[in-house]
Design a protein around this ligand. Structure first.
Ligand code: FES
Length: 154
């Protein structure tokens, strides 16, 4: 594993909870790694398996989906659907030889800024231990930029 490996991690964050928690973490000046890029989604139910796989295909080393606490999704079951899809994505990652631990689902409330910072640190540490995604060197340099322009938040 490279000493200097800095993972690129993508976080799909529900605007009602995880995104607000990330914002709170920022306001509280909590320290968390800059490795995590956040995509705000209206609900984690908007995140499909293909979005997660496309993120990996664009060269990121890890992905997490962060939604409202179970029972508190503003669209009732969006976070439960997301949980199922994250598990499906893990299975697909495993089947193509990528570690399923590169992908995770978290639940938190908008008041959990401290927890958001912890999650960002946990995922960064986890991916550092796993090392770079084997897909990283096989993608075009602007793949992640293009992926980030994809209108998932619409
Ligand atoms: Fe937050 Fe559905 S509204 S996960």
């Amino acid at each position: 594993m490279e000493e200097t490996f800095e993972p690129q991690i993508l976080a799909f964050c529900c605007k009602y909870c995880a995104y607000a928690a990330a914002d709170l973490a920022g306001s509280m000046r909590l320290n968390y790694p800059a490795n995590v890029k956040i995509i705000q989604v209206p609900c984690t139910g908007r995140v499909d398996v293909i979005h997660i796989l496309k993120a990996f295909e664009s060269g990121v080393d890890g992905v997490f989906v962060a939604g409202c606490l179970e029972g508190e999704c503003h669209f009732l079951k969006g976070n439960l659907m997301a949980k199922r899809r994250v598990n499906q994505a893990k299975e697909i990652l495993r089947s193509v030889g990528l570690e399923p631990e590169r992908c995770e689902m978290f639940n938190l409330s908008s008041a959990m800024g401290v927890r958001f910072a912890e999650i960002a640190r946990e995922m960064t540490q986890r991916i550092k231990e796993l090392g770079p995604s084997p897909l990283r060197d096989k993608v075009k340099p602007d793949s992640l930029k293009k992926f980030l322009e994809y209108p998932i938040a619409a």
